[in-house]
Design a protein around this ligand. Structure first.
Ligand SMILES: *Cc1c(COP(=O)(O)O)cnc(C)c1O
Length: 444
């Protein structure tokens, strides 16, 4: 395989700014990720298929560790989890944020130390709590008042479970209304403004089975500015000072959650972990000095920013339709492997790979194959005017909230996930087949 300088083979190399750093140009419009040509992956594993660059995931974990040497960095498992991912995250020194018994069991059975896992969830089921206690998770984040007594009862006489309280600091941030979780009027956390957080803290402190280590907040997702985080730190430290004044308890941990934004299209902003770390450290030092509190140990929980930019989704074009003055390019996947455009109106930047086109670009709408008019992959994107069935389209930034949000809609089957690294491709998660659908259906 010859890998040529990107500028020679991809005249719009800047269009690759949101691709994994390992992305390299090949002759005739080809692209390789992790040293493996994408056309080879499509031929070998079929389409649609997710490609995940192990080196990019590891580099992103390392960037976080380097930016936060004195803090805990927990990878948010809900963005994407597989046994290999569990191993990479563990080897790179991160902790894990899980929000179900399923994520927890997968991680622990794949060798992740349970004491480095934090369990979240606005509505934890008895199974979630049971798995957390049986496996011995490091922290459980209390998200509702009723959970306090329930968790304490489940702990019983086995010694205290470390917990944090999830606080809604009243900060408006995040890319879309459905991913803003820092304000009141949504289902997560306990509000600061109406006293629910303070009330929950008092109740937790009254439970000998629970050891309150600190406070948690997660103000939203796709946040690209450090200011909402520093504003949240001020309010959280303010609450920690009130806890000390009211209860004489100095909390030693502050988890500022995740939500660190990434660019889905060239030119979009992203949150730089190093800049965030500097801002958080400075604000924490200043707020704690003002409140005369020792600075708590900080934790952050990036999900998307670790996995998202490491993934690429590959689709085959099935048909091209001209109608109502628009061009629809339909591919062999869609909302069952990526519901995000339909859920949040997210915009992606697909590109033709494996063939060099000289045709003029044309504004096109890439749609999926599902029975839903909102089944859009990318709306209003410039793609070569001669796109035809059989062409391969690649959608970058598909490593987070794609496979983990995939569904069985239309029995299309969830795509496989292939890891690439140092020129080799290996299957991590196989394709969901008709046999899988048939086997789950035991009626008749
Ligand atoms: C979703 C979530 C995260 C990760 O969010 P990203 O946007 O993927 O960084 C972290 N912490 C909590 C509590 C979450 O709910």
């Amino acid at each position: 395989m010859t890998i040529t300088a990107l500028s020679e083979v991809a005249p719009d190399a800047e269009g690759l700014s949101v691709w994994p750093a390992s992305t390299a140009g090949l002759p005739h419009g080809g692209l390789a990720v992790g040293g493996v040509p994408l056309t080879e992956i499509a031929d070998r594993f079929g389409t649609p298929v997710y490609v995940l660059d192990e080196g990019e995931v590891r580099a992103r974990c390392r960037a976080y560790r380097a930016a936060f040497p004195d803090a805990d960095v927990l990878y948010a498992a809900k963005a994407f989890l597989s046994r290999a991912m569990v191993r990479w995250v563990r080897e790179e020194g991160l902790g894990l944020d899980a929000c179900s018994a399923g994520e927890l069991e997968l991680a622990v059975t794949a060798g992740f130390p349970a004491d480095r896992v934090t369990l979240h969830g606005n509505a934890k089921s008895p199974q979630d709590i049971g798995a957390a206690l049986r496996l011995g998770v490091g922290r459980v984040v209390i998200d509702s008042p009723s959970e306090i007594a329930r968790l304490a009862a489940a702990v019983g006489t086995r010694g205290a479970q470390k917990v944090m309280v999830r606080v809604v600091p009243g900060i408006m941030a995040g890319g879309h209304e459905k991913i803003r979780t820092g304000t009141e009027g949504q289902k997560f956390g306990l509000a600061l403004t109406d006293g629910s957080a303070q009330h929950a803290i008092a109740r937790v402190l009254g439970q000998p089975q629970l050891e309150l280590t600190g406070l948690h907040c997660h103000i939203g997702s796709q946040i690209t500015d450090v200011k909402p985080y520093t504003a949240a730190v001020r309010r959280m430290v303010g609450l920690m000072a009130r806890v000390r004044d009211t209860h004489g308890v100095v909390l030693s941990e502050l988890d500022m959650g995740g939500g660190h934004g990434v660019a889905y299209r060239p030119g979009e902003p992203a949150l730089d972990p190093a800049a965030l770390a500097r801002a958080l450290r400075a604000e924490l030092a200043a707020s704690c000095a003002a409140a005369k509190l020792p600075p708590p140990r900080l934790a952050v929980e990036p999900g998307r920013a670790v996995a998202g930019p490491a993934g690429v989704a590959l689709y085959r074009v099935l048909c091209v339709k001209h109608t109502g003055g628009r061009v629809f390019v339909a591919v062999d996947g869609g909302m069952s492997d990526n519901p995000r455009p339909a859920l949040y109106g997210v915009r992606y930047a697909p590109r033709l790979v494996g063939r060099r086109s000289t045709a003029a670009p044309r504004t096109s709408t890439v749609v999926g194959r599902h029975c839903e008019a909102g089944d859009i992959v990318a709306d209003g994107v410039e793609l070569p005017g001669d796109l035809r069935p059989g062409d391969l389209l690649a959608v970058p930034v598909a490593g987070a909230y794609h496979l983990s949000m995939a569904s069985g809609y239309n029995m299309v089957g969830r795509p496989p996930l292939v890891a690439v690294h140092d020129g080799t491709a290996r299957l991590l998660v196989r394709r969901e087949t008709l046999a899988d659908f048939r086997n789950r259906d035991i009626g008749g």
